[in-house]
Structures are given as C-alpha cells and as structure tokens.
Ligand binder design. Sequence first.
Ligand code: ATP
Ligand code: MG
Length: 616
Amino acid sequence: MFIVKGEQFAKERLTWSKPFDKVSDCDITNGKIRWFLGGQLNVSVNCLDVHVAKHPDRIALIWERDEPATEVKVTYRELLETTCRLANTLKSHGISKGDRVGIYMSVSPIAVAAMLACARIGAVHTVVFAGFSSEALAGRIQDAQCKAVITCNQGVRGGRLIDLKSTVDAAVKNCPSVQHVFVAQRTTNPTPMGKLDIVLEEAMASECAECPPEPMGSEEMLFMLYTSGSTGQPKGIVHTQAGYLLYAALTHQYVFDYQQGDVFGCVADIGWVTGHSYVVYGPLCNGATTVLFESTPVYPDPGRYWEMVQRLGINQFYGAPTAIRLLLKYEESWVKKYDRSSLKTLGSVGEPINHEAWEWFYNVVGDGRCPLIDTWWQTETGGVCIAPRPAEEGAEIVPAMAMRPFFGIKPVLMEDKGKPITGNDVSGALCISLPWPGMARTIFGDHNRFVDAYFKPYPGHYFSGDGAYRSKEGYYQITGRMDDVINISGHRLGTAEIEDALDEHPAVPETAVIGISHDVKGEIPFAFVVLKEDSSLDQAAVVKELRNLVATKIAKYAVPEHFLMVKRLPKTRSGKIMRRILRKVAMEQTENLGDVSTLDDPSVVTEIIKAYAQYK
Ligand code: ATP
Ligand code: MG
C-alpha cells in the first residue's frame, strides 16, 4: 500500500519546503532504505508551525507532573516559541546541522522542546532515559560523539528527587566530545555548576523566539536512539526525517483511532521509542493534545493513572504490560472510583501482554467498552507494525493478539532454514518482506552490524528477532523473542506462552520462564515465579496448581521442571523482563552476566542468585 499510496500520503500529510521526486529507493538485502528522495522539509515545522498557523492556542502538551493535579498546559504557539529559543541557544553555542546532542531529562515540555529544537536546526538528538547510570549515559554519549548534553538539575519521580545533573557531571568527565551542558531547572534546589555548564532558561531568555527552520533532506538523520538492551548490547538505531515522521503520524491516527480534539495519553517515557513516536512526533504532527507523564503508576497510590484519566479527560490510554501486571494486584476500587468514560481506546506495548493482564485492562479499566489493542513494534520499526485497528475493521479483537499488519507491512514467518512458511495455524521467525517508510536506516557508526542483525539472517527480508504465530484466521500473535524460544523434545515453544498460562493463577502476578539444557529433552522450562504478598499462601499447593494450568492450557511437555519463587524479576529500565540474566542464573554462569547497564535494579540479581542457591 505504501508503494501505491506512499506518494499521496507523503504529499497530503507532510509540508515540504521542496517536493520529493522519487518515492523510494530500497535494496533490503543490503539494508539500503531511502524514502521520498530529493525532498526537503523540517520536522519541527510539521509538528509546530503548521498548527500555529491554523490554531495557535490549541493545547499541544499537558504536562502531568509528578504531584497529582498540578498539570501544566502548553499551547502550540508557546511550544513553538520555546523550541525556537532553545534552537537559537544551541546555535549560539556552535551546534549546527548534523551535530549530535544528548538529552538526559525527565519528561517535560522543555525536554520535548529540546527534541524539536534539534530537529529545527538539523542537529541529531539522542535521548537517554533519565534513570540510566552515569556509565551507561557516558557509553551512549561516547558512541554518538555528542557535542552537547541537555539535562535538568533534578528529576522528580514518585515523590523522590533524582539528581540528574550530578549523573551528567560524572558521565561527561569521560566524554571529551561534549563542549556544553545545558541545565534546565526542574526544581529550585541549587545545583553546582562547572565550566561546561549553562543555565538553559537564562541562555534562552536572551534569544529570539523565532528561528528559521533548517531545510532537511528526507534521508538526513533526525535522531538516534539506543534500544532497551533486553537481549544484549544496546544499538544506536538511526531514524531519518520524512519517512519516520509520516509513519509515526499515520500509525498514531489509524492504530489508536485518534480524532481531532482527542486528548492522547501515552504514559511512556521520552527515553524510549514509544515516547518518541507516540508522545512527541506522531501526536504533534497530527496537531493533537498529548500528555507528558512524569510520575509512576503507583504514586501517590495505585489509582494514579485512572485519576489522571478522569482529571484530564484522556481519550486514548497507551501503556505497558509491566504496569498493568503491577496494578492488577490491587483492589479494583482503585480503578472503579474514577470516571473513565472519556476513554475510547486502550493500548499495550513493550512485551507480550498475558491474558490475565489483557482481561483486567479491558474489563476493569475499559469496562468492556473500549477496544484494547496489543501493538507490536520495535525501536527499529519506528512505529506500530502489527495491531488490531478496530475502528477501521469494525470487527472483532482477539484478546492478547496484535492481529493485523499496518498498511504496507508484509509479515512473513520463516522456518529455521530460511524458507517462508505458508498457510495458517503456523509459527516461525517474524520477518517483514517489504521496506516501509518508518524503518530504521542504520546503526550509528556500524552499518555492517545493521545488515548482519536485520537483513542477513533471512536475505530479502527484515528480521525482527521475535517469533510469531499466524492463527487459523490469519491473525498474528507475537510469541516472544526468538532467543526465548525453547525446544523441548522437539517441541518449539515461546516462553511467553508458558508465562501466559502461569500468570492466570490468582496468586501469581508475574512469571518468567527460560529454557535450560537437558541431556535427554534438549531443553526444559525453568519458571521464576513472583507470588502475591500473602503469608497464608501454601507454596507447594500453588506449584501444583501452576503445573496443572500449563498442562491443561498448553500441554504436559510444557510444564516447567523447576519452579523458583522470587520476590521480583530482573527488568530493564523500560520495564521488560531480562530473561538472559535468569538464563545465566539457572545455568550457573553468573560470573559473566553480559551488559547489565540497562538493568533497572542490580540488587534483584543478587536476590535471585541467593534464592537459586537455596533452591538447589
Ligand atoms: P534490545 O533490542 O536491545 O534487546 P528491546 O528489543 O527490548 O532491546 P525495544 O525496541 O524497546 O528494545 O523493544 C522491542 C521489542 O519489545 C520487540 O522486539 C518485542 O520483543 C517486544 N515487544 C514490543 N511490543 C510487543 C508486543 N505488543 N507484544 C510482544 N512483544 C512486544
Ligand atoms: Mg530489540
């Protein structure tokens, strides 16, 4: 469809300073992807100026600050002015087109303005989640060779203050490329300032509120972003201008059934791709009102999301399974006491959503009234690739299934030897056979790694790294990462399937299953189980029930041979379970855990190693 309609979409939906003359030029075998060649545009113009021209006082951002009921609204006109001042500040400090700028800030209007200011002058932003350690931050700044870093003095999250500036100080000591550190003032607490440091608000005050946009070629870099690091060393994924923006905007509209006037609530952090595409670029390109969520799902209590939905009148709510699994442990009254009648669409992203979480989100939060869409995509895909699109189809949604490819996306399931699997009711490696405008263009500084990781495994196709099942009806279900597929006596099974069955147990909010090698069976499943905090629970009885659940829902051979009760699971800072760490624990290879810089809380690992030692 993009081949046919791409031209029309790109012309209608984007504002160009120079029209493109060729829709695409791609050679997927060599990882060469180019869209809308010869054209020039500026992403910030498409996200701001075009809307200011029509409705300057429309609300662009609602900043839902950590403390409830202290939200701040920012109009399109105000956001454009702030962006221009910030862009001029960067320019005055020698930052120009092509320079990389690190952004290490909590979610706020000034952080969004920082992204758009880079886009305005053609600088390349790389947002690093403001929870990463100084080493992880330094590694990313060094890899990107950032010329400047934009940060805040402190972050505020869950009622706690986080010293962002001191983390940046420690990081940039080892980053000679950094010439300036711009420091926005999120709190009034004093911050020690060094010779690289500039108070952002002061510098912006003396700058002009207009900044001519840099005309950018469609295929020049817009941003780079490091992946979550669930499977290994994070990669600096590169996205370019026109194709990315068009894909983010179209998916934002069609996947979530966004209508003009809606308040779009994606609670992801801007440090992840979800924040880029569905907090910032997609909604702003569509002239939407987008929510910036600074807090956590349980601050000040587990009703936070739904109190916010009521207060801000949120129409689309987009979140992650990890938060849903956390919230369903609490009384339903935390949801029910708030008016959620504004909600029209619910969405989930980041991990496979298990049935229990899906049902709770759909029935308790959505009162069985709002379509709940499971959206599958990746940092590399730029936007949603597989999701139900209920508005358009007007049809059924199968629970916990991503179901339908987006326009222009051609999923193919591959068998081990690289042959496409035809027919339905089949599983395989999830690939995409045609290029689309939103896909990543390269890994920063390492195109060979890009080609090797995504295009070599199945020549002529983009390989996602995930596995999927195509149902009898032809719908797609993500079965988890290919690395997490286990082979038990010749039966291939995604660990997500076993987890989904285990999670059904009322005393079990969350589980992680991995495969360990076995002399006879090849591999056997090993389950790490988080139990509800309830001292009356009989663990042996729970294990017996868990065995039964897997045996009846999947098959006897899928029943884990080991059940280890743990307090928490190791997760990335974006909330994804890091199964590779669990595999190391169960294989007793903890002396070499690999890259753990993206791990949220390293003490979880020590906790689990101890629990394993006792279990053994
Ligand atoms: P890394 O590539 O560094 O290991 P990552 O894959 O976690 O990190 P992201 O790009 O943030 O980095 O996440 C994309 C991955 O998240 C997908 O490949 C998939 O495994 C998982 N995912 C995202 N959405 C879904 C979904 N709806 N259902 C199942 N899995 C999902
Ligand atoms: Mg990945």
